[in-house]
Design a protein around this ligand. Sequence first.
Ligand SMILES: [Zn+2]
Length: 447
Amino acid sequence: MTWRMLRRVAIAGIVGVCVLMANFRLNAQETGAKPQRVVIRAARLIDGKSGGVVRNGVVLVEGDKIAAVGAGVAIPADARVIDLGDATLLPGLIDVHTHLLMEMNGTNLNEQDTEMLRVVATQSTAERALLGAKLAREDLEAGITTVRDVGNSGMNGDVALRRAIARGWLPGPRIVASTRALAPQGGQFGRLTPEAQKLIEEEYVTIRGAESARQAVRQALFDGADCIKVIVNGTPADVTLEEMKAIVEEAHLAEVKVAAHAIGNKATKIAAEAGVDSIEHAYVVPDDVLKMMAEKHIYLVPTDGTMKTFEDMMFGTRVPSAKEKSDFEKGFQPFVEGERERLKRAKKMGVPIAAGSDMYLTMPGMSRGQASLLVYEAYAEAGLTPMEIIRAATSDAADLLGMKAQIGTLEVGKFADVIAVPGDPLNDVKALEHANFVMKGGMIVKN
Ligand SMILES: [Zn+2]
């Protein structure tokens, strides 16, 4: 066949498929088929909105939305009933700081610069998107039904993953994608030779003044970003206040939020003054910045860890000697204590908090989802109550994402993102690490 004939056959094929699909849709409408109804029952229900627990909670799901919720919900005769017994129903969990297209070898915390190079120089965006497909499924199976993926996804691989999941090609959480993070000179690489510096733009967009910052935001939006991620701290230069203000202004014009990676007095202040929507990490942050964050409703995303997590990251499956272990703990103790102390201060000063894991390392014997939920233990160590942690991981996280109307609580009209955990998470927050039922948008992922 000639090329022209081939093309004609292909076009006819596409037209045929479109006609078929249109017919299918028409038929569904004509028959007036009701969406499938599912009732989920459990001993307890936390809706994420009211502060308490509902006994004998019921969620009625119609299609992809919640149709009724509470204790006294009438159960339609045609509904499929799922009775989970001694469990607690909750809104699907939200992780506002993920890196689903990045997996560094977690057997040596000290070699992250080398690991970054290894990933960026040896894995194409396509390869990383396939990794993302695996990790997205692992997140979803752990009960994480929405993530904000904040960069390190090659050339917009996060957008590709988001689209693939939204089209139903593969299972995964809803994704709020950032595309490449905006960064000062050098991005987050360590030292690079001039020849190797070409790699930087594969992973970051270098900001060179306010106008370049505006253009970078516009480019990110064109590339499909739902959110703008900025690395404020650089080595040696930071993003300037002028650049940061330009980024925030341009993003907010498009009604897109800005997440700022910032640590230390100077960088956190630049981010807060510019009016970003969340400050990530902020392991070191002064009180005047926390005060500004509380006043401006800027979320803190504490990507904290427990000593156990850091040890697992450091040693992997290898069993360290007693001396090695105690040396590591001694060295790391001030950092862990610093995290706890700053979260306590933030809570006291009324800074809104959204849960984010920043998990990007392999963790021995754990899926990405399981490893990501360990962050709740760090929050508990800082004195957050189980209910505060649940809110940080559901309704408050949804608020930060600008998705309060769709997700974050078990309320009528919202997407049926529902999980169940054994027992009562208000007694032991670790229950959140063991979701045994997961539903996303009315689709049962795990039962
Ligand atoms: Zn991160």
